[in-house]
Design a protein around this ligand. Structure first.
Ligand code: ZN
Length: 844
């Protein structure tokens, strides 16, 4: 059944207090609920429907009198008084059989929960919707040394613990953890003097991987006080690491639960990228305490209200902790890799969707990442000061409420006096706007004429113009900035902006800092791009100039058989050689557009992409780059040596990134001699993995790969890397076979989402391998999705997006993929999650 935003209606009852008692048992956990309800004055509807799935009802009572509700697979209805009453229910659930990892489940003998979005209904009967907020008091009975729930700790003793959360919250923020865990503890004093106990709970053996996460938490707490004026509001903050988790992490009130991959870190086992991602996720979940928990969503259509804003906040945090330009470039790379394909294909949906069948399918790059871009645009349009005032008003006005995008925009309207009705189209119109540029120069006046169109998307044929903040600066002929960055408010289909009093025709730097999530289609010469690559004063656009040069060079190689372009190679050499620039930035300069991105661009230009041709062109360009930079490589390697003890900070990680990029180029010239040497000397995971990757990419390194396995076989997170590397670095013709062989490995525990994704993520991401002619990879992925779906629908449905770009390719490939989509869809009992994804991917 499809659910629509327009059908929203409040629940007929208010829940004033929830009391839960858990008697833990692997297969027969008892949950006793006692809930104080009263009629909701906001509505006259008195239908008492409680969600409930996979529950065995033992007893139900109203005001102490037993009742017999009408039960279905999805919940119950019951006659209730038209006055306040106490609902009681006792149910039995089976956490040990819960492989979907939603609700209460077991992971390595430890009980844990995941309730967002609609998992609480697998724990007890409840109005499982975010606009029903209540205080929770929880008692856990169980033989486990550690028993945790939300809020502040209450009484505890042998075999039990009580918790009370004074902050009203929706059920999706409920959490419970029980097990044999150890804590890495610390504390934090808030700005107004509240003492908070901090604990990071892990399985015995993982104690050594907690320190970094704890530091990240304390930095996040301080940053949210300093930048947003937001203080923590409980006496304890607990984080728990679990090995079986569908997503990255979850912001349950006072008890965040993390995928162990998203929190555990040590220099020996984690790469610099892992550290940075962990710091960002810790911050993200912590920031949800205000943007998500204190102010939550009225319904799941409003998901971007908390996710877009919280992603935006965690990006600001990372920019402050590390390098802002580097963070921005990395985010744009991610946006183009993950959100653009979604926005430009069959899964396209607005940042605020208007309908869904399974909400778990809408935890997407569009809701999260494009949702964050929308906040960034809003901030750019109103300015930093108005943004800060609007946020203060948002927190003051809506604390304790379940809100909508309308509430969010209203605070900006009230603070600035602006009419944001056109801006609101960013929330309702799907698809990536495309901007084209015309230029005119006469009598010292430079005119920029911009046009915007958004291609139609499923369910939305016609698009209206959006408010697009276009940050522009102008450079003079010798590379000076003759006009600093200015934000053009581009609101019409076609609109001109003039700059006068200029001495010479300027070179424009458009969409600085990537000021809007659009495709800028500006045709210009390689010479002008090279000029911007050499001179642009905006670091993002300087990088973008190099990126576009590389892309145009690759497209010419693919479609015209051209040779690698000298402007690109020379421009790149000049930037990478410039040691006044941040090594991390120079490492990013050495990146190329992904092969999937090239396929998207070709498709947009009306050319059917040939994955093998894209692969070949990319390889050729890398080889030419290695030769062109040959003399510089030894210097880069010397310059990027780190002599200090390992620290996963921006400075050291930037050096390692540049050193790694240099090693990759060097390996193309020396056949792996240096990488073999580096592998032997590596004393941290970043260096170890970078050397091993170079060797595998060169078709070597089998001895190192085996040694790596022996060294790390006890460490799940490292073995995930071991699986992923082999698939991701295979030659296109070997990818499917490599993956198939690995599925037979004793360590391939496919029911663990991290392990499943470690193997199949790189398979799907290997553009030329996944699409290798014959379709072996398509078939193998389909086989495994069929196998996983009955066990874990959420993870299966997410992996289906590997097929979302299928209409870009030739008829043979479309036929092969189409057959696999049909084969999966024909499975009896296919989950709602997977059915919805595949139906949308197939299209009308
Ligand atoms: Zn989030």
């Amino acid at each position: 059944a499809t659910i629509y935003l327009k059908d929203y209606a409040p629940f007929g009852f208010v829940a004033d207090a929830v009391h839960l008692t858990f008697d833990l048992d692997p297969h027969r956990t008892r949950v006793s609920a006692r809930i104080e309800f009263r009629p909701n004055p906001e509505t006259s509807d008195r239908t008492f429907f409680l969600h409930g799935e996979k529950l065995r009802l033992i007893r139900a009572a109203i005001d102490g009198v037993e009742v017999e509700p009408d039960l279905t697979d999805t919940g119950l209805t019951c006659a209730v008084p038209d006055a306040p009453f106490v609902w009681e229910a006792e149910v039995e659930i089976d956490p040990g059989a819960n492989t979907a990892l939603e609700g209460l489940y077991l992971s390595n003998g430890m009980y844990c929960t995941q309730c967002e979005a609609e998992g609480f209904r697998k724990i007890t009967y409840y109005p499982d919707r975010p606009d029903v907020m209540s205080t929770f008091t929880v008692r856990i009975n169980g033989p486990h040394p550690v028993l945790l729930s939300n809020g502040n700790p209450g009484a505890s003793g042998e075999g039990f613990a009580e918790w009370h959360d004074p902050w009203p919250k929706p059920a999706y923020l409920f959490a419970l953890v029980a097990g044999d865990l150890v804590a890495h503890s610390d504390n934090f004093t808030t700005v107004s003097g509240r003492e908070v106990d901090l604990n990071l709970w892990v399985r015995p053996g993982d104690e050594g991987k907690c320190a970094f996460g704890m530091e990240a938490l304390k930095k996040s707490m301080r940053w949210d006080e300093e930048v947003y004026g937001r203080e923590y509001d409980l006496d304890v903050f607990n984080i728990v690491a679990v090995d079986d988790f569908n997503m990255g992490a979850m912001e349950n009130k006072g008890l965040n639960i993390f995928n162990s991959a998203a929190v555990l870190a040590s220099p020996e086992t984690s790469t610099d990228d892992n550290f940075e991602r962990i710091e960002a996720i810790i911050a993200h979940e912590y920031f949800h305490n205000w943007t998500g928990n204190r102010i939550t969503c009225r319904d799941w259509f409003q998901l971007c209200l908390k996710e877009g804003l919280t992603v935006f906040r965690d990006a600001q945090f990372t920019s402050d902790m590390r390098s802002a330009p580097v963070k921005r470039i990395r985010d744009v790379i991610e946006l183009r890799a993950r959100q653009f394909p979604e926005d430009q294909g069959p899964l396209s949906h607005p940042v605020r969707p208007e309908s869904f069948q399974e909400i778990n399918n809408f935890y997407t790059a569009t809701v999260y990442e494009k949702g964050a871009e929308v906040i960034g645009m809003l901030k750019r349009l109103v300015g930093d000061r108005a943004y800060a005032e609007a946020l203060d008003l948002y927190f003051a006005r809506h604390d304790g409420q379940a809100c909508t995008i309308e509430d969010w925009l209203k605070v900006f309207e009230d603070v600035t006096g602006r009419d944001l009705s056109q801006f609101k189209r960013w929330y309702s119109q799907a698809g990536t706007p495309r901007i084209t540029v015309e230029e005119d120069w006469r009598d010292g006046t430079y005119t920029l004429t911009l046009s915007q169109t958004t291609p139609s998307t499923p369910d939305q044929a016609d698009k209206l113009p959006q408010v697009i903040p276009v940050a522009v600066g102008l450079l003079g002929p010798n590379g000076d900035e003759v006009r600093p960055t200015q934000v053009l408010e581009f609101t019409r289909a076609r609109q001109s902006f003039t700059f006068d009093g200029l001495a010479a025709r300027p070179v424009p730097s458009i969409l600085r800092e990537f000021s809007a999530p659009v495709v800028l289609e500006r045709e210009t010469t390689a010479a002008e791009r090279a000029f911007l690559l050499a001179h642009d004063t905006d670091p993002f656009n300087r990088w973008e100039a190099g990126r576009t040069l590389a892309e145009e060079c690759l497209l010419a190689m693919i479609t015209k058989g051209a040779a690698p372009d000298a402007d690109y190679l020379n421009g790149l050499l000049a930037v990478v050689r410039d040691d006044t620039l941040d090594p991390a930035y120079r490492a990013l300069m050495l990146g190329l557009p992904s092969q999937s991105e090239l396929a998207a661009t070709l498709h947009r230009c009306g050319v059917t992409p040939d994955p093998q041709a894209i692969w070949d062109a990319t390889e050729t360009l890398r080889q030419s780059t290695a030769q062109h930079l040959q003399d510089l490589l030894p210097r880069l390697r010397a310059e990027t040596q780190v002599d200090q003890p390992f620290a996963p900070d921006a400075e050291q990680s930037g050096k390692r990134a540049l050193g790694g990029a240099a090693l990759a180029l060097l390996t193309r010239l020396d056949g792996g001699a240096q990488a073999t040497n580096d592998y032997g000397r590596a004393d941290n995971m970043t260096l170890q993995l970078s050397a091993l990757s170079c060797l595998l990419k060169a078709g070597k390194g089998q001895a190192e790969l085996a040694a790596f396995y022996d060294q790390w076989q006890h460490d799940r997170l490292v073995i995930d890397k071991w699986f992923g590397l082999q698939v991701g670095l295979s030659a296109p013709e070997n990818v499917a076979e490599t993956a198939r062989a690995l599925t037979r490995h004793a360590d391939f525990n496919w029911k663990n989402p991290n392990r499943f994704r470690a193997l199949f993520g790189p398979l799907a991401m290997h553009h030329a391998g996944f699409h290798y002619s014959g379709g072996a990879a398509y078939e193998m992925l389909a086989d495994w999705l069929i196998r996983l779906d009955p066990v874990n629908p959420q993870t299966t449905a997410r992996m289906c997006s590997a097929f979302q770009t299928w209409r870009r390719y030739d008829a043979d490939r479309q036929a092969l993929i189409g057959a696999q989509l049909d084969r999966i869809l024909a499975q009896s009992g296919l989950s709602r999650d997977t059915t919805e994804m595949l139906t949308r991917i197939k299209g009308a």
